[in-house]
Design a binder for this molecule. Structure first.
Ligand code: NCD
Length: 359
């Protein structure tokens, strides 16, 4: 098994994502979680199964007591230098479920970065006190660089990318896949389904990661629906082409609604406008939003998703419809992140065995 200690950073960064995959493992298990291409179908299925186990166990006091012992010997650092509500809180809750204690830096103006400390030194500092670092950053690829840096120190703790720039958000994609697995449980699973992505696809990292994870499924059709200038990146389309996946680009959302098995709405990522010199005020929000009227055209068994935060993309009046699964999707983040952390530390089997002995 190749290791990050055996390759120079510049050489590692030149590898394709597929070539990098094995470098991010330890003892045959996923160790650093940096991008979606690390996960194969088996990983997605076993994570989903473990998340469901945890979800059921957490319903009882006995189950919760067991879960709380699972990682009571480990501590996690939540390093979020970019705004976050759900990802931060669901990681926090996932750690609590597993009995991990947590530390956090959310505002670098209160940390030594303000005094000019480099990110490398900050992250290395966290690894002195904690056993896992969950990090969100506005810099694409930062988590990857940090994973290499830490692997080459005497405290090589795992890093989980909780959102990196405009690039990837692998754990959001895991919770999205878990939501799709659950939603299509009785309709043949994810294989063969039509998934529609809508909104600012150029800068939305959740869509990029999920689109790549969907390549693990057979015969899925992906629609990318965005106004000109906001379409999904060519790197993602190239990955789809290489995998022989079916996809279509469009700017006309409402007429395509009846074709979807899942619609994944996203907001305009206008926090990037300034650095990109664009003005998203021109984005026609009405054309890329879902209202009560649209429910009539949505298949009976389809689901409507959103990574949140939402603005006007989905009318809150839609929330009561059983096909609106975004609140459940959000909660799924806590279960799948707990499953992921347990897996990284090799404690998934313990949870499985406990669940099996209690049936
Ligand atoms: C997303 C993100 O941060 O990329 N939020 C999330 O983690 N659920 C989506 C967004 O901000 O639009």
């Amino acid at each position: 098994m190749p290791a990050l200690t055996e390759i120079r950073l510049e050489e590692y960064l030149k590898l394709s994502q597929a070539e990098k995959r094995d470098y991010l493992k330890r003892d045959g298990r996923i160790f650093h979680v940096l991008f979606a291409q690390q996960f194969g179908r088996d990983d997605l299925e076993s994570l989903g199964r473990l998340a469901t186990r945890i979800r059921f166990m957490a319903k009882s006091r006995e189950g919760m007591s067991f879960l709380r012992e699972t990682l009571s010997d480990k501590r996690a650092m939540l390093y979020f230098s970019q705004p976050s509500t759900r990802t931060f809180l669901s990681f926090c809750a996932a750690c609590q479920i597993l009995g991990m204690t947590t530390g956090e830096v959310r505002d670098t103006s209160t940390s030594s970065e303000f005094k000019g400390e480099s990110r490398e030194d900050s992250v290395r500092t966290f690894s002195s006190y904690f056993d896992l670092i969950v990090m969100r950053s506005e810099i694409g690829g930062l988590a990857e660089r940090m994973a290499w840096v830490l692997s080459n120190t005497e405290r090589p703790v795992p890093i989980i990318n909780a959102g990196s720039g405009k690039d990837q958000h692998p754990t959001q994609a895991l919770l999205d896949i878990y939501t799709l697995q659950r939603s299509f449980e009785n309709t043949g699973g994810i294989d063969g389904k039509t998934i529609m992505f809508v909104g600012d696809l150029a800068r939305g990292r959740t869509v990029r990661s999920l689109s790549l994870l969907l390549l693990n499924y057979r015969d899925v059709k992906q629609y990318f629906i965005a106004p000109p200038g906001y379409q999904i990146g060519s790197d993602i389309l190239e990955a789809l082409e290489r995998a022989g996946a079916r996809y279509e680009l469009s700017s006309d959302f409402h007429s395509l609604i009846p074709e979807a098995d899942a619609i994944y709405m996203t907001r305009v990522q206008d926090e990037w406008d300034k650095s990109e010199g664009r003005a998203s005020g021109q984005f026609d929000r009405g054309r890329y939003s879902f209202g009560v009227e649209d429910l009539k055209r949505l298949k009976q068994k389809a689901v409507l998703m959103h990574p949140f935060p939402r603005r006007t993309e989905i009318d809150p009046a839609v929330d009561h419809d059983p096909r609106a699964v975004y609140w459940r999707q959000m909660r799924n983040g806590m279960w799948i992140r707990a499953a992921l952390i347990a897996t990284i530390f090799g404690r998934g089997k313990m949870i499985d065995e406990h669940a099996a002995s209690n049936i």
